[in-house]
Design a protein around this ligand. Structure first.
Ligand code: ZN
Length: 245
């Protein structure tokens, strides 16, 4: 594939990153243990934003964006006319987010990012198939993205359906049985009711993350320190993204 193109990097985004890295507001545990969160930091987005180039700086940027989102301090960065024009020349996103199709969890919103920032792949229950794997590989191997986030979420309907289907009944119609089959190994039958679904949401994130980490090309990047593949969960109640280890 040859869709990769460089985008300009300037001092503005370096300033943004420095602000993110040196901020002091603490709002509770999130994606990066001990990282600063700066929902009140000045707006410095735009085509000059420095792209996080390492797994950790990418995580810090997502953490800061989620802190803005959950405290209603969104900046909606990288949407201006000049950003749109700059991006005609190519994209240089800094994170892959594999999330659910759920309308309540759009990655660009919950991480307060804009155009050219995230490569998003979405499937119900963030399940994998060849197209999803190929899309993630494109982001990592072709675009050189240093971070993949597998993002599950509270009250996931796909996981709920998989848990109910595992209790018996006819196969789901219209290809939905594929989703159920993929999520099935994440179900803990020792749990009951809502607790079983909630635990399966977290276990499914771990399952998908582990499958990605087992992909040889991605594993080589991780071993070299050029890539992190992390699991996370978005809570509808608090709007916070928490890391799942
Ligand atoms: Zn979902």
């Amino acid at each position: 594939m040859s869709m990769h193109a460089e985008s300009p990097v300037g001092p503005g985004r370096r300033r943004l990153l420095r602000v993110v890295l040196t901020g002091t507001a603490a709002l509770g545990a999130g994606l990066v243990a001990g990282s600063p969160r700066t929902p009140d930091a000045p707006v410095t987005g735009g085509p000059g934003r420095v792209r996080p180039a390492t797994p950790r700086t990418a995580l810090v940027e997502l953490e800061a964006g989620n802190a803005r989102w959950r405290t209603l301090h969104e900046r909606h960065p990288d949407e201006t006319r000049i950003v749109r024009q700059t991006l005609v020349g190519g994209q240089h996103p800094f994170a892959v987010v594999l999330g659910c199709v759920d309308s309540r969890v759009p990655p660009e919103l919950v991480f307060d990012q804009g155009l050219g920032d995230l490569l998003t792949v979405r499937s119900a229950g963030e399940v994998l198939d060849e197209a999803v794997l190929g899309s993630i590989a494109y982001g990592v191997l072709e675009l050189g993205i240093p971070l993949v986030v597998v993002l599950g979420h509270q009250s996931c309907g796909a996981v709920g359906a998989a848990v109910r289907a595992a209790g018996g009944g006819a196969p789901l119609p219209g290809h939905m049985q594929y989703l159920v089959d993929q999520i099935h190994p994440a179900i803990d039958r020792t749990l009951r009711g809502a607790a079983r679904i909630d635990a399966a949401i977290t276990a499914n994130v771990r399952l998908v993350r582990a499958r990605l980490a087992a992909e040889p090309e991605l594993a080589a990047k991780v071993a070299a320190g050029d890539l992190a593949i992390v699991g996370a969960r978005y809570e509808l109640t608090s709007q916070q993204v928490r890391r799942i280890h």
